[in-house]
Design a protein around this ligand. Sequence first.
Ligand code: AGP
Length: 611
Amino acid sequence: MCGIVGYIGSQQAPAILMDGLKRLEYRGYDSAGIAVHDGAKLCSLKSKGKLVNLAGKLENTPLTGCLGIGHTRWATHGAPSDINSHPHLSSDNLIAVVHNGIIENYMEIKKELTAKGYKFISETDTETVAHLIDYYYTSGFDFREAVFKTLERIEGAYALGIICKDYPDMLIAARKNAPLIVGLGEGENYIASDIPAILNRTRKVYFLNDNEIAFVKADSVEIYNRNHEKVHHDVYEVKWDIKAAEKDGYEHFMIKEINEQPKIIRDLIEHRMPENGNRIDMDGIKLKKDDIDYISRIYIVACGTAYHAGLVGKNIIEKITRIPVIADVASEFRYKDPILDEKTLLIVVSQSGETADTLEALRIAKKNKARVLAVVNAVGSSIAREADDVFYIHAGPEISVASTKAFSAQVIAMELIACHMAMEIGRMSAEEFKAIKEEFYSIPSKVSAILQKSITEKELAKKYVQSKNVFFIGRGLDYIISKEGSLKLKEIAYLHSEAYAAGELKHGPIAMIEESSLVIAVMTQERLYEKTLSNIKEVKARGAKVIAITLNDNKLIGDEVDDVIYIPHSSWMLAPLLAVIPAQLFAYYVAYLLGTDIDQPRNLAKSVTVE
Ligand code: AGP
C-alpha cells in the first residue's frame, strides 16, 4: 500500500525523499510525489506510474530545501494520476499533506469546505485534510493546533505527514490505524511508514501509537496524545541489517527470500527448540496447561498467505491436541459476529502486523475479552503491540509482495504452538517430542536440498508456461499447500489458477479440465496417496497434464503423471514446509518467463492497511 517518508535537517530533502520512496517501492504503488519547503514556499512534484517518472520530472525541475515529505500512492479514491498523487496542497499553497489510509467522512467535510469556497482538484479523500488544516490555520489557530483540530474532525485510518509554508522548521506526523515511525538522526529527523525507508540513515526509531501526533524538528521530537498531553516513547533500536532489505546479488527479492528459508527455519527452530532442551521455549507466552484447560474455543484468523499458514496450524492443533479450532479469513471473521468471550483464544497470523482486517479481528476479540496470541514478523507493528502475547517469527524484512519466507516461518510457529499445547495437556510424550524435534532439525537441510535442485522447477516452468488454467489439488495439509501454490501463481504470474481439495474435483470443477489444463498434485500425506492418485487418474483421463510434488520414496506415482518434483521424505506434519518450496519456485520461474513485475505485482500491495 501507500508509503510515506519525510525529512527535516540540514541536507537536501529531495534526494533523501526519493531514496526513501525507492526503498518503499516494494509496498506496491501506482504514483508518487514529493513536496519540499524551499525556505520561502512549498514546491511539489507528482507523477503517475513508477518513481522513475517522478525522478525524470525532478531532473527537469530540481527542487531544493531541507524539509520535505514524499509519498508512493496505491489508489483507493480516484484513479492513479498526477492530480490524485500525493502530496496534496491547500489551494493557497500553505499546507502540504501525505496520507496513508482512508478518511471515511471526507465527503461530508468536502461539502462543508466547498460551501466555504474551497476548491478541490483531485478525487481523493486526502485533499480534504490539506484544506481542513488550512481552514483552521487561516481561521487563527497555529499550525500545531490546526492539526489537532483537524484530527478531531476526520474519521477513518491515517498516517499523515504534514508541512506548512510558515513553519520551515517543523514536520508533523500523526497516526491512527496506519503505521508511522519517527527516525532519529543527529541534527536531522525522519518520518516513515516503514523501517526500510530510512534504515540506511538511522536505526533509532519511535513507533507512534494510534492517536498520537509528533512534532518533529531537526533537533527535537515531541509526541503528544489527543488530550494534548506529552507522551514518552522509548527509542527502539532496529536490529536487522540494511542488507536484509537489499537484493544482495539476487535478481528479485522473491528469489532471495525463497533462498533465505533454510536459515530462517534453522534459526527459529534453534531458538524455540534449544538443542539440549526438552520443551518448546514459548518466551513467556501464557499457554500453560491451566490456560489451555480454561480455553473453550480457538480461532485462527488471518489473510492471504498468512491465512494458509493459519490453516496448517488449525489442522495440526486439532490433530495432535484434539482441541477444535475454527480458522477464518479476517475480512469475514470481523463481520460474522463471532462467538467470543474470556474463554476464547484468538490466534492472529500476520507478516506485516499491520493488515487492517486482521488488526480489526484482534480488536473485536479484545473488546469481547478474548485472549489474543499474535504470530507476527514485524517487530513493533500494531498487531504485535495490541496482542496479549506475541510469537515473533523473526524472518527479517520481507520485501517481495509475494510472501514466501514469512509463510515458512509462520508454519513453523503454528507447528511449535501445536506441539507445545499437546505436551502441556499430556497428548505428546517426551519420547514423541524427542522424535519430532529431530524431524524439525532435519528440515533446513531438506529445504536446502530442494533449493539446490531448483533447475527442475525452472525446466517445468519452461514446459508449462503457456498453460491457461492451472489447477492445484491435494488432500489434508496438501490441500492447504495447493491453495498457497495457487495463490503464488496468481499473484506474481497473473495466471488463472485454482486450488481444490482433490476429492471435490468431481463435484464440479472437473468440468473445466481439458487438454490444455495443467494440474499440479501435491502428495505428501502418505495415508492419502491412493486417494489423491485416483483423482490424478480422473484428470489424466480427461487430457490434463499433471505435475506431482511428492516425497522421494513414493512408489505409487511412477508413470501416472507427466512430471514429478520429488522432495525429501518427511513426517506428515512437517511436509508442508518442503512441499511449498517447489510451488514457490515454479510460480517464480513462470512469472520470470512471462516477464511480470515479480516483486511488485500489479494491483497488489505488501501491507494491506485498508479494508
Ligand atoms: C501473500 O503472498 C500476499 N501478498 C498476501 O496474501 C498476504 O499474505 C496477506 O495480505 C496478509 O498479509 P500479512 O501477513 O502482512 O497480514
